[in-house]
Write a protein that binds this ligand. Structure first.
Ligand code: ADP
Length: 341
């Protein structure tokens, strides 16, 4: 039996960070063993939000081409295997743009205007004149997934609504045109860690907040970032009793140093463990975990043509499927072909 398809994308907004790695990529790496996975670098989506406070959206995205190449390296060095999954650039499959156009004809504006993420984006980035592209990004997302007839999209519970919009659009298409062209896309709910920012356990590590550790940092620079982690503010001297639950260093021990978590907690609470030592111990564990990624990265950085070949082969495989989807879409909609017009 054919394996079910998983589709997912990430915006190429510069180097990825530990939140992206632990919260998304590691899960993608696991999924490639079990599903037919399509992972795309969504360069068109990168044009929907301003990189630095633009009014419309596309300004200041940075060097898009370099960012896309960098993201491919990030993904491959994290363990995505082009023998097991398809890795490609969104815009290398232009059929997705055609499907987006078709979907834009059947997307009720109300669905888009009610989308809470849209409102968050407009407020968060202080966008005065939101673009049609930003408003319509869920329609593009639906095209990204449905061009490949994605059965599943790996997301957390909080993002389930996005997947539901894709499912609803696909089903709306099927019922309008009387054929089940698209599957019923579902969220593949997965437990992934919420990675805190360097500035507090209640903050989310994110690009826009600047509170992140990029995965492409050297071991030394990673240590420097760990030194800046927020710790218990009332633990001033080494022998003051601490409160691990509010400490970012402790939270990361929970990710990278699980086996020693209990003694770390009790030593911290008793006041027999200093924050500096605790950070250095974390640095050792984190750097050991990141070392294989750094090694793979170095190999890929030395061979940009290999990265291009992988992206090219991924796009070929994806485009063959998207072309067939579009043939069906045009057929059920009675869009004239050169042959039958
Ligand atoms: P950013 O907020 O840094 O721009 P994105 O929103 O582009 O990151 O997220 C890309 C992927 O990484 C998504 O699947 C998202 O859920 C995951 N992710 C981002 N930040 C975190 C985090 N702090 N913890 C867990 N997962 C995260």
């Amino acid at each position: 039996m054919a394996r079910k398809r998983v589709t997912s994308g990430m915006r190429p907004t510069g180097s990825i960070h530990l939140g992206n790695l632990l919260g998304a990529l590691n899960n993608w790496v696991r999924l490639q063993e079990e599903y037919d996975c399509f992972y795309f670098i969504v360069d068109w989506h990168a044009l929907t939000t301003p990189g630095g406070g633009g009014a419309v959206g596309y300004e200041n995205v940075g060097d898009l081409t370099a960012n896309v190449h960098e993201m491919a390296i990030d993904w491959l060095s994290a363990g995505l295997d082009p023998e097991k999954c398809s890795i490609f650039v969104q815009s290398h499959v232009p059929e997705v743009a055609e499907l987006h156009l078709i979907f834009s004809m059947i997307t009720p504006l109300g669905w888009l205007e009610r989308n809470p993420t849209y409102k968050d984006m407009v407020q968060g980035y202080k966008i005065e004149n939101p673009s049609l592209g930003l408003l319509g990004y869920p329609t593009l997302q639906a095209a990204d997934i449905l061009a490949y007839k994605g059965d599943f999209v790996p997301v957390g519970k909080d993002q389930e609504a996005h997947v539901n919009m894709t499912r609803d659009l696909g089903q709306r298409f099927n019922s309008l045109f009387g054929r089940n062209v698209f599957p019923i896309t579902k969220a593949l709910l997965t437990e992934v860690p919420k990675v805190p920012g360097l500035d507090g356990v209640d903050k989310k590590m994110s690009k826009s907040s600047g509170n992140y550790i990029a995965t492409n940092l050297s071991a030394e620079d990673t240590v420097k970032k760990i030194r800046t982690m927020f710790t218990d503010p009332v633990k001033i001297r080494k022998d003051d009793p601490g409160h691990p639950d509010g400490c970012v260093v402790y939270a990361f021990h929970g990710i990278y140093n699980k086996s020693e978590l209990e003694p770390i907690r009790s030593e911290c609470e008793k006041g027999t463990r200093g924050c500096v030592d605790c950070k250095m111990q974390l640095a050792e564990k984190m750097n050991a975990a990141l070392e294989p990624i750094r090694e793979k990265r170095a190999g890929l950085e030395a061979d940009p043509n290999l990265v291009r070949e992988i992206l090219g082969a991924g796009a070929d495989k994806a485009a063959a499927i998207a072309k067939e989807t579009m043939r069906e879409v045009r057929e059920v909609m009675n869009i004239p072909t050169r042959e039958n017009v």
